[in-house]
Design a protein around this ligand. Structure first.
Ligand code: GSH
Length: 213
C-alpha cells in the first residue's frame, strides 16, 4: 500500500494512525503542501485525488481518498483491531464523535481556509489563529461532554481504540500547536495524553515522519 501524505496534515495523520493500528506495511509518498505552490495542486497528484487534498491511499490500484473513508476501508479489509463497532448504537456513537472532528472542526481550519482568510479576507496571523481556536473550542466542548459520558478514561469510547481516537489525537496535536487553552476539557486531554503514548500513534506523529522538515 502507498499513502500520499504530508507530515503536518492532520487528515494524513489519521490515516497513518489507522494503518499502524492495523499493522499494515505501507510506503509513504510525501506530497509537500507548501513548497513550490504545493505538490497537491499538480496534475500528477490531481490524477490520484481530484480534490487536491491529502491523504490518499493506494491499495494495489484501489485509490481511497477522504480520511474517514480510508479508516472505514481499512477496518473492512483488516478487521482487527476493530475501529468501528458492529453494534448499531455503538457504531453510531463512535461515528458521531469522529465526525465532530472530521466534519465540523477540521474543515474550518485546513490550509485552504486559513489561506483564504489571510490572502483574500486580509486577516493577520493572530486573526487566523483566533479563528481556528474558536472552532476547535466549539467542537471540543461537545466532545468533552460526550467523553465524560462515554469514555472509560483512556479512549474516547469505552475501553478500546476506535475511529473516534484516530480522529481525536491529530486534532488535539493541532490544538496544542495553536496554543489553545484545553483547561475546560479534562476528559478529552486525559484520553489524548494516553493515546500519545501508544506506539501506533507515536509512529504516526508529524515529527516522526520521513518528510518532516
Ligand atoms: N476531509 C478530508 C480533508 C483533507 C484535507 O483537508 N487535507 C488537508 C491537509 S490536513 C489538505 O490537503 N489541504 C490542502 C489545502 O488546503 O490546500 C479528509 O478527511 O481527508
Amino acid at each position: 500500500m502507498k499513502l500520499y501524505s504530508y507530515y503536518r496534515s492532520s487528515a494524513a495523520y489519521r490515516a497513518r494512525i489507522a494503518l499502524n493500528l492495523k499493522g499494515c506495511a505501507y510506503e509513504l509518498v510525501p506530497v509537500h503542501l507548501i513548497r513550490d505552490g504545493g505538490a497537491h495542486r499538480r496534475p500528477d497528484y490531481l490524477g490520484v485525488n481530484p480534490q487536491g487534498l491529502v491523504p490518499a491511499l493506494d491499495d494495489d490500484g484501489t485509490i481511497v481518498t477522504q480520511s474517514l473513508a480510508i479508516v472505514e476501508y481499512l477496518d473492512a479489509r483488516f478487521p482487527e483491531p476493530r475501529l468501528i463497532p458492529r453494534d448499531p448504537a455503538e457504531r453510531a456513537r463512535v461515528q458521531s464523535l469522529a465526525q465532530i472532528v472530521a466534519c465540523d472542526i477540521h474543515p474550518l481550519n485546513n490550509l485552504r481556509v486559513r489561506r483564504y482568510l489571510a490572502d483574500e479576507l486580509g486577516l493577520d496571523q493572530d486573526g487566523v489563529a483566533a479563528w481556528s481556536r474558536r472552532w476547535i473550542a466549539d467542537g471540543f466542548r461537545a466532545l468533552e461532554a460526550r467523553l465524560a459520558q462515554w469514555s472509560g478514561g483512556r479512549y474516547c469510547y469505552g475501553d478500546g481504540v476506535t475511529i473516534a481516537d484516530v480522529m481525536l489525537a491529530p486534532q488535539v496535536y493541532n490544538a496544542r500547536a495553536l496554543a489553545c487553552d484545553l483547561g475546560a476539557y479534562p476528559t478529552l486531554v486525559r484520553v489524548a495524553d494516553h493515546l500519545a503514548t501508544l506506539d501506533a500513534f507515536v509512529r504516526a506523529a508529524p515529527e516522526n515522519q520521513p518528510d518532516a522538515d
